[in-house]
Structure formats: structure tokens, C-alpha cells
Design a protein around this ligand. Structure first.
Ligand SMILES: Cc1cc2nc3c(=O)[nH]c(=O)nc-3n(C[C@H](O)[C@H](O)[C@H](O)COP(=O)(O)O)c2cc1C
Length: 300
């Protein structure tokens, strides 16, 4: 019998297929396409302490094998999330991992302690790919700041903690190590790569925000590299994310060292893809002659 459950320190998932923050709305939008109870879990769009309007349009542009987005954390804020989205999300029969972003450590802590009291959440994912208004740079680009957010949240909330890291750093291993040492149950690798698109005839950047985050198949080799590098040197469960759209992609991340994966941009071109990947997993595991995800490893 194939065993699809995975254990990421304190977080257990029914299977390793999650949907990535910002690419699945708050799930309602996807109800016609996916049987949510079949997924390993849902990570809704990042929420912030206050409602945010996000960046000026255009906010997305298609690029070869991918897309750029500069949504800018557009959301209705934590109060609305708690009142409107949590009751629905926690009724879906799958693990719900709330994703939060703060402008400083205090905001992360305050949001985490409120969410920690909610019934039915499985974990918190910290989107540390956002600027620290006190320090000016993104939390996830500095190991001390990344560690500070993780350990402060861990002190304020009993839920398992996942640190979602930005790849826009010199050494993602250093940041992953800091997050692990600070008590993260797992790290999600990776958020989008900073990029841009230009309309040369109008001599302008295409995105209203000028810069945006690159995602989709174009970044898969870069994401795989991040997963591999962290798996080789840090003792922390890894959730791989970046360009995953097929069962081959899923298996590549599991072999590189991930224990679970998130499906992001692929939801936009095939909203049912996550459920199909759950269906396809047992056959792929049997091809490797393993009966559980934890048995998958790189061959020496
Ligand atoms: C339109 C869009 C919005 C996103 N919004 C968020 C977000 O709110 N929070 C977050 O942590 N990541 C966000 N992401 C990043 C994805 O969760 C994921 O890390 C990234 O896109 C790489 O995976 P992919 O190539 O499979 O899309 C967003 C990505 C896209 C394309």
C-alpha cells in the first residue's frame, strides 16, 4: 500500500501536494475545479494586518514560459480574513495554512497570536519576502531578521511555522539555516524571482510597479537548485515551489530533497492540476519502487 502522508516536524499533511499562496485565491474561486479534500493543503493569499490595495496596474504580464506579477499583497486584511475566509476554508476537509506578512516583527507576532487562537488552522506560513519597514530591506534577505521573525512568531503561537523564503539572495542556504535554527518547522522554497518586462516601443516598463516577481516553468531549474542546496546542508523539511505543473516536476523536487510541494502559476492555466497530481503520485512512487514519500532520495 502506498502511503502519501508526510510529516514536516509538527505538521502532518495527508499528501505532499499543496496549492501556493496567491495562486488559489481563498479557495472559493476554485470550488468548481478542485475537490479540496483531496489536496494535501491549501495556502490562501497572503494577509496583512490592515487591508492593502496593492500596486498600480498592469499587475501581471506573460513572459516566455512564465509570468511576472506585481500584485503587491492586495488583500482585505486579517479582520476580514478571520470573519469571512477562515470559516469557509476550515470547512473544506483539508489542511489550511494561513500565509501572513507583517511590516515589522510586531505585526507578524500580533497576526500569528490571533491566528493561533483560531480553530482548525494547520500551520502558518510566514511570507518573509516582503520589506521590513523598520529596516528597509526584505526580512528574508537577512539571516538575523529572518531568525527574529521566526523565533518571535514561534514564541507567540503554537501552530507549526513555515518560513517562505525569497530566492533573491546570495545564499539561500544561510537564510534557511537561520530560519531552521530559529525554530521553523519547515521552509518553503521559493517565492518569485525579481524581474521586469519592457515595452521598448513605448520605452517603458510594462508593469505599473516597474518590477515584478517571475514565476512558472521558467523558474523551475532555479527553484530545484535552491531545494537541492538547502537539502544538502540544512536539517529542515523543505516544501518545494517554483514552476511545478506536472507529476515529473513534482517527482524532481521530491528527489532533490523536498518533502512536499506547492503548485502556483500552473493553477492559472489548469485550475484542476493539483488534484490531478495527487491522482498521479502513487504510480510515480511505484516507478521508484517506494511506498512512501520519505523513502524518496537522491541516488549517490
Ligand atoms: C499572481 C501571483 C500572486 C502571488 N501572491 C503571493 C502571495 O500573496 N504570497 C506569497 O507568499 N506568494 C505569492 N506568490 C508566489 C507563489 O506562491 C510561488 O511562490 C511562486 O509563484 C513560485 O511558484 P510557481 O512558479 O509555481 O508559481 C504569488 C505568485 C503569483 C504568480
Amino acid at each position: 500500500m502506498t502511503q502519501l502522508t508526510v510529516q514536516l516536524n509538527r505538521l502532518q499533511l495527508a499528501n505532499p501536494i499543496l496549492v501556493a499562496s496567491g495562486t488559489f485565491g481563498y479557495a472559493r474561486e476554485m470550488a468548481a475545479y478542485v475537490d479540496f479534500a483531496r489536496l494535501g493543503g491549501i495556502i490562501p493569499k497572503t494577509i496583512t494586518a490592515e487591508p492593502r490595495r496593492g500596486n498600480p496596474p498592469p499587475r501581471t504580464v506573460e513572459t516566455p514560459s512564465g509570468m511576472l506579477n506585481s500584485i503587491g499583497l492586495d488583500n482585505d486584511g486579517i479582520d476580514y480574513f478571520i470573519e469571512t475566509h477562515i470559516p469557509y476554508l476550515t470547512s473544506l476537509g483539508t489542511s489550511v495554512i494561513a500565509n501572513i506578512a507583517g511590516r515589522n516583527v510586531d505585526e507578524f507576532v500580533q497576526m500569528a497570536s490571533r491566528l493561533g487562537e483560531m480553530e482548525g488552522l494547520a500551520a502558518l506560513e510566514l511570507n518573509i519576502s516582503c520589506p521590513n519597514v523598520s529596516g528597509g530591506v526584505d526580512f528574508g534577505t537577512n539571516p538575523e531578521m529572518a531568525a527574529d521573525v521566526v523565533s518571535s512568531v514561534r514564541g507567540a503561537c503554537d501552530l507549526p511555522i513555515i518560513a517562505k523564503l525569497t530566492p533573491n539572495v546570495t545564499s539561500i542556504v544561510t537564510i534557511a539555516q537561520a530560519a531552521a535554527d530559529a525554530g521553523a518547522d519547515a521552509v518553503s522554497l521559493i517565492n518569485t524571482f525579481l524581474g521586469m518586462a519592457i515595452d521598448w516601443r513605448r520605452r517603458r516598463p510594462i508593469l505599473g510597479n516597474k518590477l515584478g516577481g517571475l514565476s512558472g516553468p521558467a523558474i523551475k531549474p532555479l527553484a530545484l537548485r535552491c531545494v537541492y542546496q538547502v537539502a544538502q546542508s540544512v536539517e529542515v523539511p523543505i516544501i518545494g515551489v517554483g514552476g511545478i505543473g506536472t507529476i515529473d516536476d513534482v517527482m524532481e523536487f521530491l528527489v532533490a530533497g523536498a518533502s512536499a510541494v506547492q503548485i502556483g502559476t500552473a493553477n492559472f492555466y489548469n485550475p484542476s492540476v493539483s488534484e490531478r497530481l495527487v491522482d498521479e503520485l502513487p504510480t510515480a512512487l511505484s516507478e521508484l519502487r517506494v511506498t512512501s514519500i520519505s523513502e524518496i532520495e537522491l541516488s549517490e
